[in-house]
Design a protein around this ligand. Structure first.
Ligand SMILES: C[S@@+](CC[C@H](N)C(=O)[O-])C[C@H]1O[C@@H](n2cnc3c(N)ncnc32)[C@H](O)[C@@H]1O
Length: 162
């Protein structure tokens, strides 16, 4: 049997998604950032995606877009040995600046009006927050956290793109 000697430029992966998204423009912007910043897949929970002009990269044509009906369905379909990271402002959230991103992670953002509920957060392995006393736009939040991840994990992008 041949040995697997080859190592890939990045041996990590992440997915990012949103629960019960309200503003469709936000989700398109989030998908666009996800594709550009190296997500392996994107997903929705509770509400299916309708195609948006704000996703100029048509991300769903490039990486898988999954839909889960509930947080439990998402959790039972997590990739093997992968952490579910909730993104929400709470008193107990880990500040993003101090967070060590797991090599394999799935990031879950909340609904624009009500955020992630306590019950949903209980299902997550960690909860992280970005600084500020008022919530950011959800697509902005996702974009900043993905930038933080690719910077901390020193993700290598194809030549000429970073
Ligand atoms: C606009 S916020 C939700 C509104 C929030 N529940 C409120 O009442 O202020 C939508 C989502 O963006 C993300 N978000 C926004 N600002 C954040 C922050 N500073 N830290 C972590 N997540 C944030 C969370 O995922 C949140 O569920």
């Amino acid at each position: 049997m041949a040995r697997v000697n080859h190592t890939y430029e990045s041996n990590y992966f992440f997915g990012i998604g949103i629960l019960n998204n309200v503003n469709e423009l936000n989700i398109g912007t989030l998908w666009r950032s996800a594709y550009i910043l190296g997500a392996s897949f994107i997903f929705t929970v509770d509400k299916k995606y309708k195609q948006q002009g704000s996703d100029v990269t048509r991300t769903w044509t490039k990486i898988p877009l999954y839909h889960y009906n509930t947080i439990h369905e998402l959790k039972s379909n997590l990739p093997y040995s992968t952490r579910l990271i909730g993104v929400e402002m709470t008193n107990n959230s880990i500040p993003l600046s101090q967070f060590e991103h797991p090599e394999r992670a799935v990031y879950l953002l909340g609904n624009e009006q009500i955020g992630l509920s306590e019950n949903v957060m209980k299902e997550c392995h960690s909860i992280i927050s970005l600084p500020g006393n008022f919530s950011l736009n959800v697509a902005v939040t996702g974009s900043i956290l993905m930038y933080d991840r690719v910077t901390k994990l020193q993700t290598v992008f194809p030549k000429g793109t970073n």
